[in-house]
Design a binder for this molecule. Structure first.
Ligand SMILES: [Ca+2]
Length: 420
């Protein structure tokens, strides 16, 4: 007798005498005794076939008395074809997903036997083919099997349940963070259930793990805003205690970013974008003693990113270089603020910034503050300076000053009024 071949497709098709909604598999071809015992009967009343990891066989009703009819060696192939006609037995494109050799099966009537596929099924397939290569007995014993059902292996996903629940319970709305960041978080947690379900079906948890990693990252960002208008997204450089990257941007000239390294970087994100017109650096509190910690070569970038988690990536693209220097000429005085013009001033507003320190005057580094000055900030600085001059004029008897001093004073006022 010729070796039996059974082929079937996952499709909603009506077989004679059965209701449409109960049928998913359709046998396309194969060896059979007669219409009542053909391969179509192997696949009736089954479930879906997406990325199966196992299957169940149902032993025929009289195998116990005809044990030689049980399968012993067989292979299962999967494929995708444009049409049933293309899914020929000898067609190229079949992928073997299971191989069984000398497989012992129950001979009990209607026994259900669960078997794992020998290969990992990584794609979705519509067509499947079973090749029975040997029976428990001889080919003269005939071949029979009552049912075949693909099943998906159920992974214990309970370890993820608590993590996902915690992500949903994170009270991001009460944060000071901007709406974009909150929406990014809400969108991400909205995908977690689907990712978990997909992972459970495919046993591929990498996408879920990445999403949860980003959830943690976004929680850190959102918490980082607290009462601030910026958040540090990432930094490179092993810092001294109390001198983390946050200290470069905290608005406090008494704190500094510093450590025993001469190259590193800081990436940060503003709550609201700005178009800076120049920037300031404020030297460390002990730079006069440790002149080698002063920055020598550094770059500053601005950027736009759809998602906050994209900006932290080492491979992030889209950064725009707005300042670069091989030797910036920092003062060696303590806690002294210097102004720097951008080498390529930003032409629009940005929310993301990165400073890359390339080298210092020695083998350590420190900087108390990096301040981006936009038009509004500049006006505040200028008006404060003018006010100080006016206060000076009121406090001292301006009328008794010499004409030369008055002239010098008024020139200074006019210069500040006109600046900017
Ligand atoms: Ca600081």
């Amino acid at each position: 007798m010729k070796k039996p071949l059974i082929m079937f497709a996952a499709a909603m098709m009506l077989l004679g005498g059965q209701s449409a909604n109960a049928i998913v598999y359709t046998a396309l071809s194969g060896s059979n005794w007669n219409a009542g015992e053909g391969p179509a009967k192997l696949f009736d009343g089954t479930t879906d076939t997406n990325k199966p990891t196992a299957y169940e066989l149902v032993i025929a009703n009289d195998t116990h008395s005809n044990t030689g009819r049980n399968w012993k060696n067989w292979k299962i192939y999967a494929g995708n074809f444009a049409s049933e006609a293309d899914a020929a037995r000898n067609a190229s494109g079949w992928v073997m997903i299971d191989s069984k050799e000398n497989q012992a099966l129950s001979t009990e009537q209607f026994a259900k036997v669960s078997l794992s596929l020998s290969k990992t099924v990584s794609d979705f397939y519509s067509y499947f083919r079973i090749e029975i290569e040997a029976l428990a007995g001889s080919w003269n014993d005939y071949c029979q099997m009552d049912g075949f059902t693909f099943t998906t292996y159920t992974v214990d996903t309970s370890a993820y349940d608590g993590v996902i629940a915690a992500a949903k319970n994170f009270n991001y709305n009460s944060s000071n963070a901007d709406d974009d960041l909150k929406n990014e978080y809400a969108t991400l947690i909205g995908t977690l259930d689907d990712l978990q379900e997909a992972a459970a079906n495919s046993s591929d948890f990498s996408a879920l793990d990445e999403a949860l990693n980003n959830v943690n990252t976004l929680q850190k960002y959102i918490n980082g805003y607290a009462s601030k208008s910026y958040v540090v997204l990432s930094s490179v450089g092993s810092t001294w205690n109390g001198s983390d990257a946050e200290k470069l941007l905290d608005g406090d000239k008494g704190t500094k970013w510093g450590g025993g390294f001469s190259s590193g970087n800081v990436v940060w994100r503003l709550k609201e974008g700005i178009q800076p017109i120049y920037y300031q650096l404020t030297s460390g509190g002990d730079t006069q003693t440790y002149t080698g910690r002063n920055w020598k070569s550094w770059d500053i970038y601005a950027g736009d990113f759809d998602k906050a988690v994209d900006a932290k990536a080492d491979a992030a693209t889209g950064w725009v270089l707005i300042y670069t220097t091989a030797d910036g000429g920092m003062t060696t005085q303590n806690t002294t603020t210097q102004d720097f013009d951008f080498t390529t001033p930003p032409t629009k507003s940005y929310r993301y910034y990165k400073v890359v320190l390339n080298s210092t005057a020695g083998d350590q580094q420190q900087m108390s503050e990096l301040t981006l000055i936009d038009g509004t900030t500049f006006l505040n600085i200028k008006n404060a300076a003018l006010q100080a001059l006016q206060d000076f004029k009121t406090k001292y008897d301006y009328s008794e000053a010499t004409d030369a001093l008055k002239s010098t004073f008024n020139t200074a006022v006019e210069a500040r009024e006109g600046y900017g």
